[in-house]
Every structure is written in structure tokens, then in C-alpha cells.
Design a protein around this ligand. Structure first.
Ligand SMILES: Cc1cc2nc3c(=O)[nH]c(=O)nc-3n(C[C@H](O)[C@H](O)[C@H](O)COP(=O)(O)O)c2cc1C
Length: 171
């Protein structure tokens, strides 16, 4: 039973080439419902999301983000951001946004989409590039980008379980 229930988690891979099939509003809503279902410190839910499906904007990102070339062939991306003002826990927002990002990746896998997590925070140049490109307000911190699209071809799951990394009741 465990194998079956973990299928989405174990089959998620970074998919960097996509068909031209566009995503639709219902897909975005499913992905963002999953994102907002993530746990957060003090349940502060610091996240905000920017859906990007404008070709010029997607093509503009690799001009300042060196590892984002796949966006030129992606129909869409979602930028996960944090509100930096009035947080209950100022230290934990990156973990909250990381949990939301992972939920988007898992929801994408479950819906038959390919996705990649593109790191943004804490790289200043990448944060500035996205702030300028998307006109983000000053109190909004761009955290991660998720490239999205229907996979051009499937990838095999990657088996990484390593019992040597597991410690019990101490090191
Ligand atoms: C914080 C973070 C930043 C990442 N940044 C990038 C990136 O900028 N470009 C990219 O192509 N992949 C990026 N990745 C994806 C990793 O390269 C990928 O997850 C890793 O190679 C394992 O492959 P898998 O996702 O297929 O399991 C990032 C992943 C994480 C968690």
C-alpha cells in the first residue's frame, strides 16, 4: 500500500522540455490550491504567487537567470513570493515558501505536468531581475520559480534511498 500512496512523490522529476499545449486557469487553480495547502510557521501563510504565461516575460528570464533556459520552451511558470511585512515568524518564511514550492511540483506531477524548481532567493541578481521584470512591490520577495508544461518525454523515477544517511537516536 505504501508504494502506491507514495507514487506521486517517487515519480516527480525535473522536466525541462515541454509540448506546446498551454495550461489553463483550472490547472493553475489546482496547482495553487496545493501550494496554499502547505504547512507554514505559526500558520502564517506568507506566500503570494505570480502566474507567468506571457511569452515575452518567459523569454526574458534567461537573460538574467543562468539556469532557466527551459523557460523559452515552457508555456508557463509560477513565481512563488513571500510578503516580508508583518510576519508572525520572520525567520521561517523561506521554509514556508519551500513547502509551497514542493507542493506545486507534486501537484504538477499528479496532473501529468512536468515541472522544475528554479532557485531565486537568496541570489540578489535573480531577485532583482524578477522584481524589475514583473514590477513586484518592494515588500514582496521573489523566492522560487516553477517552470511548467506538458512533458515532451517522460523521465524514470530516481532511486536515491541511502540507508547510510539514516541515523537513529543520535548520530
Ligand atoms: C533550491 C533549488 C534550486 C534549483 N534551481 C534550479 C535551476 O536554477 N535550474 C534547473 O534547471 N534546476 C534547478 N533545480 C532542480 C535540480 O537541479 C533538480 O531537482 C535535481 O537535479 C534533482 O533532479 P530531479 O528534480 O529530477 O529529481 C533546483 C532545485 C532546487 C531544490
Amino acid at each position: 500500500m505504501e508504494q502506491k500512496s507514495l507514487e506521486t512523490i517517487m515519480s516527480r522529476r525535473s522536466i525541462r522540455s515541454y509540448t506546446e499545449k498551454p495550461l489553463n486557469d483550472s490547472i493553475y487553480e489546482h496547482l495553487l490550491r496545493a501550494a496554499m495547502a502547505a504547512p507554514s510557521a505559526h500558520n502564517q501563510q506568507p506566500w503570494e504567487f505570480v502566474i507567468i504565461d506571457d511569452r515575452k516575460l518567459l523569454d526574458g528570464i534567461p537573460e538574467f537567470h543562468p539556469y532557466s533556459k527551459m523557460l523559452t520552451g515552457a508555456p508557463a511558470a509560477i513565481l512563488v513570493c513571500a510578503r516580508s511585512k508583518d510576519l508572525k515568524s520572520e525567520d521561517f518564511w523561506p521554509q514556508d515558501c519551500a513547502a509551497a514550492t514542493q507542493n506545486i511540483l507534486l501537484a504538477a506531477t499528479a496532473l501529468g505536468l512536468g515541472s522544475v524548481w528554479l532557485g531565486v532567493y537568496p541570489k540578489e541578481a535573480l531577485m532583482k531581475g524578477l522584481r524589475d521584470l514583473l514590477g513586484l512591490p518592494g515588500d514582496i520577495i521573489p523566492f522560487s520559480l516553477v517552470s511548467l508544461g506538458y512533458p515532451e518525454k517522460a523521465k524514470e523515477p530516481s532511486e536515491r534511498y541511502d540507508p547510510a544517511r539514516v541515523h537513529k537516536n543520535g548520530w
